[in-house]
Structures are given as C-alpha cells and as structure tokens.
Ligand binder design. Structure first.
Ligand code: COA
Length: 343
C-alpha cells in the first residue's frame, strides 16, 4: 500500500464579539486588572451571548477552515470534535455538527482531552489517515465555558481564567512521493510525530464534579448550592504539573526527531497562563519571538486555544508553508502532549 501523510490544508477560528475585560469581571468579584495580568497575562476574554451553543460557535470556524482548504464540509469523511463544554451532556458535538453542516453520514468521534484536545485530535486524525481509514478529516475544537463559570468571590480563581472560542482544521491524506514521509530533515509537508500522556491521579485537581455519576442523583440541589456545577482547580499543583509535563513531552519528541530547539520556527502552546508558557520556553531554549501567544485577548479557551493561535499565526504571516512547528499542551485529566508538524 502506498504510504500517506497528513497535511493541514486549512485552519479557521471564531470568537464571540462580546469582549469582557478584567475590569468588567471586577464588578462581580474582588479582583483587579493588576492581579489578573500579573498572575496570568490575561487582559480580556470573549463571552458568547446567552443561547449560543458550542456547535453554533464552531460553525464559522469550520467555514473559514474549509474555505482556506478549498473544500466544503461535506467533502470530509470524518469529524473529530474536542470540547469539555458540549451542547448536551450527550451526545457530543460531533454528530450535532454533522447535521448543522449538512455533511454525509460520516463517523463523528468526540474526544475528551480538555486542553490537550487539539493535540489528541491531530494525532488521531493522523493515525486514521496513515491507516487508510480517512481521506479528509474535519477536526473541530470549540468551547462555550462562560455559562459554567461562577462569577462571584467563591469562583474568582477560575472565573478570571477562561473564555469562549472555537477553531477548526481540515486535515487531508496526501501520497508520500517515492515513499518519503514528512520529517525534520526534509521539506515534505505533514504531521511528523505526536506524543501524548495522561495521569488520572490528577483528575480532581482540575475538574467539574456535577452532573456526574459520583453525585448520588447525578445532579442535586446540593450540587447547585455547593458550587459543584462549576470548575474547581488547585492552581499551584496544576501550574507545576503543566510546566513539567509540557517540557518533558516536548523534549522527548524533539530528541527522537533529532531537532534542536533553535530549528523550530514556531511553537504553538496551549494558552492557560503566560507564565507557564514563558517557563517552558525558557527551559526548552526557544527564543520569545518563536512562541505564539494570544492569551492576552482570549484567556484560556481550553481545546480551542491552539487552533485559534494557528489560524491567527497564518493570518499574521507568522506561520508559513515549510515551517517546522511544535504544538504543546497540558490540561485537565491530567492530559498532555505535542505534535511536530512540517507546515
Ligand atoms: N483575584 C484576586 N485574588 C485572587 C483571585 C482573583 N481572581 N483568585 C484567587 N485569588 C487569591 C486567592 O484567594 C489567594 O489568596 P490568599 O493568598 O489570601 O489565600 C491568592 O490569590 C492566590 O495566590 P497565589 O496562590 O499566589 O496565585 P498563583 O500565583 O498560584 O496564581 C493561578 C493563581 C490560578 C493564576 C495559577 O496558579 C495558575 O495559573 N495555575 C494553573 C492554571 C492552569 O494552567 N489552568 C488550566 C490548565 S489547562
């Protein structure tokens, strides 16, 4: 069988128009622009208007990705969707998008890898393509998190961090001419390598408890009163784990592909905290201008952060054909991972 490679043909994004500044949040809780900027780098985020669903938010992102790829959504033979904030508890947004996009009855696979959604999704798409099980895959990462945040003093540690947003990628199978696969040593476009990890002992360090089967009755008045319906986090534990795991997985992939940090054209890291990204960048030995950050404008949009970064980097001319690109993420689960791509 002829070898195939996975090429990202188009990437798009969509964020809500409503801008919520740090000062806007300070009207609901004891916080300040200074505290949030100093600890996280975030200046503002976007919130959807009430009633906009996660699949709704994704539609313009898919449209943009498809236009840039020169295809229609119905030309894709699979959907992979990553979100922690779906339209319904079940089913996932993959099937909902299939219908809204008027796609054929293709497989729709929903991924629950939280902030690592793009990495896991890209690795999965690449595996399907290399195995000959997909020719053109639509990867959608979308989050509507504003309704689950607790905009009060009790929820302020989480509420200031997150925002809403969506990104989408069209990933296509292309033949490997003369059997030559994408690598850090040639100019063949495609996904070169991916690595992922998880550690479920950290599940309760960053989670949303209810509704869920650990709650007797699934969702109770007590869940509402205690705040179990809002995300909770041990920020310091998550911070330390994020730096350690992102560094570890990036080093593994760079070493096994013979790439020195200086050879990477662009790092597209998850956007949870500017200080996390700075610490990882410094320890990896990559210069500041080679790391793309936009957390200042959008906060943490969970699975959507990396595709939004990708799409904006393309628009700004910072991500060009032939570049060697490293994605990098850590999130709830815990999950983490990276992809090495010849763009
Ligand atoms: N505004 C003002 N004060 C706040 C606040 C807010 N929004 N949220 C918490 N605080 C207070 C706390 O009550 C606490 O007060 P205390 O010291 O009197 O008890 C103090 O600020 C906490 O400070 P500190 O622990 O020094 O904060 P930090 O430097 O660890 O920063 C985070 C907090 C959340 C920004 C940081 O831990 C972090 O980014 N963690 C990882 C986040 C992450 O990656 N999440 C998602 C992973 S995908």
């Amino acid at each position: 069988m002829e070898k195939t490679r996975s090429v990202i043909r188009g990437v798009g994004h969509n964020v809500p128009t409503q801008v919520v500044t740090n000062n806007d949040l300070a009207k609901f809780m004891d916080t300040s622009d200074e505290w949030i900027v100093e600890r996280t780098g975030i200046r503002e985020r976007r919130f959807v208007e009430p009633g906009t669903t996660t699949s709704d938010l994704a539609l313009p992102a898919v449209q943009m990705a498809c236009e840039r790829a020169g295809v229609e959504p119905r030309d894709c033979d699979m959907i992979i969707a990553a979100t922690l904030s779906p339209d319904y508890f079940f089913p996932g947004i993959g099937t909902v998008l299939q219908s809204k996009l008027a796609m054929n009855h293709v497989p729709a696979l929903d991924l629950r890898a939280q902030c690592s959604g793009l990495i896991y999704g890209l690795a999965t798409a690449d595996a399907y393509i290399r195995a000959g099980m997909g020719k053109r895959i639509l990867l959608v990462c979308s989050e509507v998190q504003s309704p689950i945040l607790e905009l009060s003093n009790r929820g302020r540690d989480m509420a200031v961090l997150f925002g809403d947003g969506a990104g989408a990628l069209v990933i296509e199978a292309q033949p490997c001419l003369n059997g030559e696969t994408p690598s850090s040593k040639n100019s063949v476009r495609g996904i070169i390598d991916s690595a992922m990890g998880s550690d479920g002992s950290g599940a309760q360090q960053l989670f949303l408890k209810a509704p869920g089967s650990t709650t007797k009755g699934f969702l109770t008045q007590e869940s509402l009163d205690s705040g179990d319906i809002h995300p909770k986090m041990d920020g310091r534990v998550v911070f330390k784990n994020a730096v350690t795991r992102m560094l570890e997985v990036a080093t593994t992939v760079l070493e096994r592909n013979g790439v020195s940090p200086g050879e990477i054209d662009l790092v597209l890291p998850h956007q949870a905290n500017l200080r996390i990204n700075d610490a990882v960048r410094e320890k990896l030995g990559v210069s500041q201008e080679r790391v793309f950050n936009n957390i200042q404008k959008y906060g943490n949009t969970t699975a959507a952060t990396i595709p939004i970064c990708m799409s904006e980097a393309v628009e700004q001319g910072k991500l060009k054909e032939g570049n060697l690109v490293l994605t990098l993420a850590f999130g709830a689960g815990f999950t983490w991972g990276c992809n090495l791509i010849r763009w």
